[in-house]
Design a protein. Structure first.
Length: 290
């Protein structure tokens, strides 16, 4: 992690000093993939060595790319600006990540169990986050006035800090429950807990994405500004007071912290179940090779 951060900072300094735009892909890819790749490597070394080294990059790259592509197609055709748009985003993106995980594991029928699902689900989620962050960084950099290097760096820092608490965490939860109900013959069983886990992480995802608007609504309620729905839909408070700015920061950051704590508690509960299963002598994950 520290070596990657040093390389990213060095790349940023050289790019800023020389104005060499050929370094932008290096800067974008390094900043977008560093945190997700480090967390996936940590999960593999600590909890997933028996899954095999080839399965991890497959889930990270194939699962992440398929997830991003599937989400892009479905969101462009199914979603329209509305009050419930972010719920649709959560449902679609969590669904495509699980489908991508199932696709990668279709030829690995022996991979099952809570622990395997937590590790591989997180791997797919972090792959999704890495490719998505690269796209956001590129969009931030390219403007009508040229390359905005400051916006690119700010985007990568923000998304890098938040990466461990987003896609990787949510898909780890859903993936753990999914593989814990996988049948010995490799078929995936969409039992009620699997559907419940999917819907739960989709709600957490949608709340995370909509926290900006929720914070504005809470500020309007607390300060009794009487904002019209049209102003609310624009996503900002016109001429906010110092009190409103302070409340917005508290509500938006506080809301994201609460969502993260709920997801972490859920993940810890599943991890504890996985450890108990191992202590009882039942395998959490097995990898069979034909």
């Amino acid at each position: 992690m520290w070596g990657g951060i040093a390389l990213w900072l060095l790349t940023a300094v050289v790019t800023y000093t020389t104005r060499n735009t050929t370094l932008l892909p290096t800067l974008i890819l390094l900043g977008s993939f560093l945190v997700p790749a480090v967390f996936v490597l940590w999960a593999y070394e600590r909890h997933g060595r028996d899954l095999g080294a080839s399965l991890i990059p497959g889930c990270f790259l194939t699962g992440g790319i398929l997830g991003v592509l599937g989400a892009s197609v479905m969101e462009s055709y199914l979603l329209h600006p509305s009050l419930w748009m972010f719920l649709g985003v959560g449902l679609i993106e969590e669904a495509v990540k699980l489908l991508a995980l199932m696709f990668v594991l279709r030829r690995h029928p022996g991979v099952h169990g809570m622990r395997a699902g937590l590790v591989l689900g997180a791997t797919v989620g972090f792959g999704f986050a890495a490719f998505e962050s690269a796209g956001y960084a590129f969009n931030a950099a390219v403007t009508m006035k040229g390359i905005d290097l400051r916006a690119l760096l700010e985007t990568e820092v923000l998304r890098g800090v938040l990466a461990p608490f987003g896609h990787g965490l949510w898909t780890a939860i859903a993936g753990g429950v999914l593989l814990s109900f996988r049948k010995p013959n490799g078929r995936f069983r969409l039992a009620a807990p699997v559907i419940g886990a999917y819907l739960g992480v989709a709600v957490l995802h949608s709340l995370w994405d909509s926290m900006h608007g929720i914070a504005i609504w809470l500020v309007a309620r607390v300060t009794d500004t009487g904002l019209s729905r049209a102003l609310f839909a624009q996503g900002y408070i016109p001429a906010p007071t110092d009190e409103q700015q302070h409340l917005f920061t508290v509500f938006s950051i506080g809301g994201m912290v609460v969502i993260t704590l709920v997801a972490l508690a859920w993940l810890r509960s599943l991890a504890r179940d996985a450890r108990n299963a191992g202590a009882d002598g039942r395998p959490n994950a097995r990898v069979y090779t034909p």
